[in-house]
Design a protein around this ligand. Structure first.
Ligand SMILES: *Cc1c(COP(=O)(O)O)cnc(C)c1O
Length: 361
């Protein structure tokens, strides 16, 4: 008997494993495993989504005109160069389907975000990983991997799970030295948390040519991860491609309403970023003082290096006993590390106390 068979590439990837959210026998779980915003969704977004639900028998505006206009206004961009997606994962996958595929190579960094590899392999690309320096993207190592088959380069900046970034000058040097037919995708999921003045999320490079795309998300600082919304800022020819390949109604009307409301909330972004900057520094200082190696981060999480896998797993187990879930990042080839999301002040305190206890235990 011959049964339906999926394409062979599909079995080269393991299903994505997200951050856990439950611990058996623990009532109050502190979830610091998936980098969602610390404060829940913006209340104005909940209200807008509820209001929009009354019209959910209607299809959404597939062109997302109101949402793109709101994004353009907030970030000073031309709405015609914005495409929305069902999470930025949706857009990253569509870019790979459109510009990658069999016979092409995709370059990412050693500890780069896993979706590039998953979507790349499914599309049939050969995924090549450039070594990093100090857990940071190394432009020269990436350039050394370029071959005539290279079609795409993906960089999360800041990167997940390391939290490190490269400055605008390095990103520009990369773009300048890549062949013009190679698409550079800058995934700026954590852009809103960055405080370094030498950083650009990718807007300058998108504006500078026709071979660079920036992706952004509502899943992190905007607190809408469960709603699924991301957007890309791209040159017109790439916008045209994305609009051909995306699902015609890939963002729901409720999600669009929630996002427009979130964008209109003047304080949400500023307060969230200020909280993150302060708590990230405070947590890093406490953990460093306790003898834990903390990788300097520009995102809403810290990567902690416990030197050996055994010690990282023991720390993870200790945190679980305290009801705290973080991310063991073995699958990113960082088997001695845990990634911890910056939560509320109280959550950061409980995390710090549990890890200090672990260090002294
Ligand atoms: C969280 C994250 C995303 C966001 O994905 P969504 O599909 O928009 O939720 C994208 N890239 C990186 C590097 C991330 O960490």
């Amino acid at each position: 008997m011959t049964l339906p068979k999926a394409r062979a590439e599909i079995f080269t990837v393991a299903p994505y494993v997200g951050g856990e959210s439950k611990l058996p026998g623990v009532n109050r779980v502190i979830k610091l495993s998936s980098n969602e915003g610390a404060f829940g969704p913006p209340p104005v977004a909940i209200a807008a989504m509820q209001e929009a639900a009354a019209a959910m028998h209607r299809y959404p505006d597939g062109g997302m005109h109101a949402l793109r206009a709101a994004l353009g206004k907030k970030f000073g961009l031309d709405p015609a160069q914005i495409v929305c997606g069902n999470g930025s994962d949706d857009l990253l996958t569509l870019l790979i389907q459109s510009y990658g595929g069999h016979g092409t190579e995709l370059i990412m960094s050693e500890h780069g975000f896993s979706i590039y590899e998953i979507a790349g392999k499914i599309a049939g690309c050969v995924v090549r990983k450039a070594r990093e320096r100090d857990l940071t993207t190394d432009v020269d190592a990436m350039l050394a991997l370029v071959s005539p088959a290279t079609r795409m380069v993906f960089i999360a900046n800041p990167n997940n799970p390391t939290g490190t970034l490269i400055p605008e000058s390095e990103m520009r040097r990369l773009r300048d030295n890549l062949p013009p037919d190679v698409l550079l995708v800058i995934d700026a999921a954590y852009a809103e948390y960055v405080t370094r003045p030498d950083y650009d999320p990718g807007i300058a490079l998108v504006n500078a040519g026709d071979n660079c795309v920036m992706t952004r998300t509502f899943s992190k600082i905007f607190g809408l991860g469960g709603a699924r919304l991301g957007w890309a800022y791209a040159p017109p020819a790439i916008v045209d491609v994305l609009n051909r390949v995306r699902g015609p109604f890939n963002v729901s009307a409720m999600v669009a309403a929630a996002a427009i409301a979130a964008l209109a909330d003047e304080h949400w972004l500023i307060d969230g970023a200020a909280h993150n900057t302060a708590e990230r520094a405070r947590l890093a200082a406490r953990l460093t003082a306790a003898g834990i190696k903390v990788i300097p981060s520009e995102a809403n999480f810290l990567l902690l290096d416990f030197v050996t896998p055994e010690r990282a797993m023991a720390a993870d187990a200790h945190l679980r006993r305290h009801g705290i879930i973080v991310r063991y990042v073995k699958s990113y080839n960082l088997p001695a590390c845990l990634r911890v999301t910056i939560g509320t002040t109280e959550e950061c305190d409980l995390l710090a106390e549990a890890l200090i206890e672990f260090q002294n235990g």
